[in-house]
Write a protein that binds this ligand. Sequence first.
Ligand code: ZN
Ligand code: ZN
Length: 332
Amino acid sequence: MEQTGKCPSCGGTMLFNPGFKSLVCQSCGRKDIIPELVSKIAVNELDFLSAQNTASHDWGMEVKMVTCKQCGARMIQNKLQMSGMCPFCGSTTVEAADPSQDIMAPTGVIPFAITENRALYIFKDWIKDRFLAPELLSENAHLNKFYGIYIPLFTFDVLTENRYTGNYKDDNRTLFKCGKFQYQVDDFPVVASRQLASDKLLLNVIKDYRTNEAKPYTADALAGFPCEHYSIGLTEAWNSLGDDLKSHLVSQVNKLDKSKYLMGIEMATDYFNLKYKYLIVPVWLNSFFYDNKLYTIVINGQTGKIDGQWPKSFGTFAKKTALFFLGSFGLD
Ligand SMILES: [Zn+2]
Ligand SMILES: [Zn+2]
């Protein structure tokens, strides 16, 4: 499909419509299904070792990279789009980055299933019981606004050959056991957004995608939504997997033979046929400053799972409220 972003009926702007796998004209309401998002075609697994030469750089549209001067996040946008606000920190000092940079294109996309209204509903439900919630909400109208953005996620498939040793108890004796097994790792995810991956709460929300539902990448899914450029590269992502992958493999040992529960497992692993997918996945994001500290709340745009940080200090809040009321009376 040609990427004009214009409605064939009236020339209006077509934007991606969360939940409907379609583009919708903002003027006449025309709705066009996006073929890639309803196809049964699986996202290509690419060979890791030849990634340098085989990765696609075709975004299906002309793109530019912009960088936030405040938090350093890098976003990919349609070249024609104005550089707006940074969804990670709210800063408006977003500038075009070096255009000579090589921008690897995703192989797959998980489209937004959660609408912005639904995200707001989930958020209001989540903060109901939180300290400071109603006060903060009435004080900061923009807290009621979530920004949709795609973030980068690498997934890895790899065949492993494992040799292990361990101990088990039998009639109060400690016995030694060793063995080996093959295991195929499938779609092991690494969030490639340093901004979000550095926070455990947020990471739990954004690791939780059903990656088997990803569709072949199409620029149409980005109509109206920016995309964060990965800040953790492919090789770094694979190298960062060490401990997570190791404990995943170790956890397989006791599934092999349930009669002898092994402890103190030591394992050596060889990896073969490493493949990856570069997916972009949807989040609804709300970032705000409170008492000079940045708080971020994320909602998984596929599953609706939510988590984030929220101010807890009552002392500073009381002070702030006082100032706030002083301020508003002062204007009268
Ligand atoms: Zn139209
Ligand atoms: Zn920023």
